[in-house]
Design a protein around this ligand. Sequence first.
Ligand code: DXP
Ligand SMILES: NCC(=O)COP(=O)(O)O
Length: 248
Amino acid sequence: MTVELSVNLNAVAMLRNRRDLPWPSVIGLGRIALAAGAHGLTVHPRPDQRHIRFSDLPEIRALIDEEFPEAEFNIEGYPSKEFLDLVSAARPEQVTLVPDDPSQPTSDHGWDFAAAGGFLEPIVARLRGEGARVSLFADADPAQIPAAAATGCDRIELYTGPYGATHADAAAARAEIDRLGQTADAALGLGLGVNAGHDLTLANLPPLLARIPDLAEVSIGHGLTADALEFGMAETVRRYRRACGQAV
Ligand SMILES: CC(=O)[C@@H](O)[C@H](O)COP(=O)(O)O
Ligand SMILES: NCC(=O)COP(=O)(O)O
């Protein structure tokens, strides 16, 4: 099975927002990523719009609809009323619900499904009713997966931040892969799809994919944008696609 690559544009937007100028262009770099074969584009709008602005969403929708109709738009975030209204307007193919609060510098944990299942269930139903695939951000903890499945979601997204943090410690990396793999096995066994994201890189993708060959999609922003500064966006997307096992 091929692992799809969704390019997260948050880091590009953050660079753009350093000045009141339209570059680097979120749409322009999204276009280059899709032209180089990325399966989709991911954004994670936050209430303070410190990276992706709400006004970026219709432009990304139009880019996909008009130039890359096979591509997918994945919008990630906490399901506030404001977020859900943005999603209804942008009609993404996938929504990834993340339990982050506005004060967090970045996402740093998955849902506590036992506690949040009742909150998530009607939101998952609403989003699926609007035609989106719904994925829920999940820690590497197989015991939580039955409660995730009970929400009616389509997929989970494995939170790989702790795995990314083991980049200088091979034994710790193997332990994280083991936990992520067991969590993926639990989700796949219950009929859920499995995505993964956060601090994935060209170096740490292959061992993860070797343990979880049935991974559906990875969304990558920070490391990929760092590589794009060095190699250019098109070449970087090709390198990540190869790391995803795709013929390029
Ligand atoms: C859910 C997740 O891990 C990503 O969406 C991450 O939050 C990217 O957002 P930033 O790059 O803005 O931290
Ligand atoms: N869902 C994770 C994502 O979109 C990108 O996370 P990162 O690569 O910027 O850490």
